[in-house]
Design a binder for this molecule. Structure first.
Ligand SMILES: Nc1ncnc2c1ncn2[C@@H]1O[C@H](COP(=O)(O)OP(=O)(O)O)[C@@H](O)[C@H]1O
Ligand SMILES: C=C(OP(=O)(O)O)C(=O)O
Ligand SMILES: [Ca+2]
Ligand SMILES: [Mn+2]
Length: 686
């Protein structure tokens, strides 16, 4: 089909081409057209006159360059001067860089980057210089005094003799060029996105995420069974940090991104990402909040720094290492080191873990949820594990998108932590998800997708590289994004589960105790791919729908959620975006349009006042009708052909729920004894 189309297009072009040629004066074979040397009918608008009656071969102005090199130098305009240095600084409010010259500011910035990259054993940062090493002019001689580079006090070692070039907050266009020139597997797709490969790891490696245990974190953090925080000591962290920093400094150039997290300006943090790949720099450019040039000038010292040396493995002879991958967080040093994985999601989710530590300390609840808002200001949260529909369902053409994955709930309302979205691409189509499909354009990063060698058309159904194909794009690529990404207190809290057992109803209305029970339980069937090594869906429990990212005990987050939901009167819902009519392999996944209709009925308030029945075992309230959804699927028992197998499956899942919840039964949720008892009773009855 496509070939036919192309062929006939080509025929048309040829036909058009020849007809145009025919209508102009065709040069007769063997007779070349005469060269004109006289002005005849030059357009009157042309600003210059012919000299000595000799006409130039071109009707435009001559180029203002004497040589080819000069011509090339004209092509690139220097960026507009950065915002003027503020002079009106009072003695009471001197800002960090307010009274300094542009040169001094640049020097301080490079000094800060050099300090970030400092070796802790040699106690010095590398010699850093701004700009691409391929532009030789910018590589200074060491004795030259040049404001573009910074030389720290260097102890004797060969690594101290070279410069590390810093590609600082490059634009997407510059990053495209860097990726395409220097990184294998980088291509521009037909829609303008940058296609890249993340290497051997195409998903996160939760079993390789380590957190430094020290005198503070011993008591503060959640350790042990079920916790994502695999311990490591400070010394081992420093060994890995040194390995990453030495690797990065051995390169000709590194990328540095200085950006923000959290749209709530009172609770924003400054992050620095040092990475070796343009792909990683563009990914974080999309995922974090992009500073304005003025904000960048006043950036100062970051609150948290990532060293991404993902191409380089960790050393398995190092204590605590169980593979060649390690993602290490040190809260005291405010640093994270990545070795042995190039999957970009580690950076995004690593920072999310950090927010899960920092925000609750301020009484702010961090949420692994999507978030959107109706035209009347009604906010909905979409909690759920990977693949349950946070990104898909929060991206809704009829509502404003606040964010697809990571939020904060403070006394001021909700705020997105990030500046972009990270959508799954498997089986993506314009028809099913037009807004996400259209966001995959110039500036978007497309990970691990397969495309036609010639047309660069992406085949979203192709799983040859991985099932976890991904697109990262700035949030403003979604047409109805809410910028700034903040909103009032949520009205609906939707818990998403992708139930591979097919026994949970497509929608149920939850009591407060049930909401807490299901929030702490965090059930889903993990969909293939996002976590490395998972190929088939399997039942999973992940506390707070994000056990891989929370840092404190789950009951801390649960207590905060209960308090906020009560205070602001939010309603909890459980939505199964997984299977109906049988388990995975027998039934089928609930159709996305049905789920959207369910979600619409929640947003509109229709589902608050409708008829409900209660299910056995889980005791869930289910509506008897939802507009645009076949009534027979609303009660899963009706959708199953074999009722006996349904009941067995239901009991099996209920048993897994009970078993999972045992560890939480000895904990109290906040200061409320009654709520704790109610939560324990809100689980399945068997
Ligand atoms: N009924 C449904 N509801 C939500 N998503 C569905 C449904 N059926 C299929 N899907 C697919 O499941 C995936 C959900 O993934 P995503 O929205 O990225 O989840 P998350 O953001 O929670 O990780 C998407 O690929 C989506 O197209
Ligand atoms: C980036 C991730 O998020 P999600 O799959 O929830 O979109 C992830 O879990 O690796
Ligand atoms: Ca997620
Ligand atoms: Mn998502």
């Amino acid at each position: 089909m496509a070939t036919d189309g192309q062929a006939s297009n080509m025929d048309n072009n040829l036909a058009n081409g020849s007809s145009v040629a025919a209508s102009a004066q065709p040069p007769r074979r063997g007779v070349l057209p005469r060269i004109q040397t006289r002005i005849t009918t030059m357009a009157a608008s042309k600003p210059y006159k012919a000299e000595n009656n000799i006409c130039h071969d071109d009707s435009s102005r001559p180029v203002k360059a004497q040589t080819i090199d000069e011509l090339h130098s004209l092509q690139k305009k220097r960026s507009a001067p950065t915002t003027p240095i503020k002079q009106e600084v009072t003695a009471q409010s001197p800002t960090a860089f307010s009274t300094i010259s542009e040169e001094e500011r640049q020097r301080l910035q490079l000094q800060s980057i050099s300090a970030s990259l400092a070796s802790l054993t040699r106690e010095s940062g590398p010699k850093v210089v701004k700009g691409d090493p391929k532009r030789k002019l910018e590589t200074p001689k060491a004795h030259e005094q040049h404001h573009q580079y910074f030389t720290p006090n260097i102890s004797t070692s060969d690594s101290a003799l070279k410069f590390t070039h810093i590609l600082y907050n490059l634009s997407p266009a510059e990053l495209y060029e860097q990726a395409i020139k220097y990184e294998h597997g980088s291509f521009i797709t037909s829609s303008g996105a940058l296609a890249t490969l993340s290497g051997a790891k195409t998903g996160r490696s939760p079993r390789d995420k380590r957190v430094v245990i020290d005198e503070n974190t011993t008591d503060e953090l959640w350790w042990g069974k079920g916790s994502p925080n695999i311990e490591m000591d400070e010394h081992t962290f420093l060994v890995n940090r040194e390995r990453a920093v030495d690797y990065l400094n051995s390169l000709d150039k590194v990328f540095v991104n200085d950006q923000f997290l959290n749209w709530d300006s009172e609770n924003q943090i400054k992050v620095r990402i040092v990475s070796a790949r343009a792909y990683h720099s563009l990914f974080m450019h999309n995922m974090c909040i992009r500073p304005t040039s003025e904000e960048l000038e006043n950036f100062g010292t970051p609150d948290f720094t990532i060293y991404n040396a993902g191409q380089f493995p960790c050393n398995r002879y190092t204590h605590y290492m169980t593979s060649s991958t390690s993602i290490d967080i040190n809260l005291a040093r405010k640093e994270m080191v990545i070795l042995g994985t190039q999957y970009a999601g580690e950076m995004k989710k690593g920072l999310f873990s950090v927010m899960h530590y920092l925000m609750p300390k301020r009484g702010i609840l961090s949420l692994h949820s999507g978030c959107n808002m109706g035209k009347d200001g009604d906010v909905a949260l979409f909690f759920g594990l990977s693949g349950t529909g946070k990104t898909t369902l929060s991206t809704d053409h009829n509502r404003l998108l606040i964010g697809d994955d990571e939020h904060c709930w403070s006394d001021n309302g909700v705020s997105n932590i990030e500046g972009g979205c990270y959508a799954k691409c498997i089986d993506l189509s314009h028809e099913k998800e037009p807004d996400i499909f259209n966001a995959i354009k110039f500036g978007a990063v497309l990970e691990n997708v397969v495309f036609d060698e010639h047309t660069r058309e992406v085949d979203y159904s192709d799983k040859s590289v991985t099932e976890n194909t991904r697109a990262s794009y700035p949030i403003e690529y979604i047409p109805n994004a809410k910028i700034p990404c903040v909103g009032p207190h949520p009205k609906n809290v939707i818990l998403l589960a992708c139930d591979a057992f097919g026994v949970l109803p497509p929608v149920s209305k939850l009591t407060m105790a049930q909401t807490m029970y299901h929030f702490i339980t965090g059930y889903t069937a993990l969909v293939a791919g996002t976590e490395d090594g998972i190929k088939e869906p399997q039942a999973t429990f992940s506390a707070c729908f994000g056990a891989a990212f929370i840092m404190l005990h789950p009951t801390k987050y649960a207590a905060m959620l209960a308090e906020k939901m009560k205070k602001y009167g939010a309603t909890g819902w459980l939505v199964n975006t997984g299977w109906c009519g049988g388990r995975y392999g027998v039934g089928s996944r609930i159709k996305l349009p049905y789920t959207r209709n369910i979600i619409n009925a929640i947003h509109s308030g229709v589902l608050l006042n409708t008829e409900y029945t209660k299910t056995e075992v889980f005791g869930l309230e289910i509506p008897t009708v939802v507009e645009g959804v076949p009534s027979e699927i609303l009660n899963p028992m009706n959708a199953w052909e074999n009722k006996k197998v349904y009941k067995e499956t239901l009991l099996k899942l209920a048993g897994l729920f009970k078993q999972n919840f045992e560890v939480f039964s000895k904990y109290k949720i906040g200061s409320d004894n009654k709520l704790t008892e109610e939560i324990l009773a809100a689980g399945p009855n068997i």
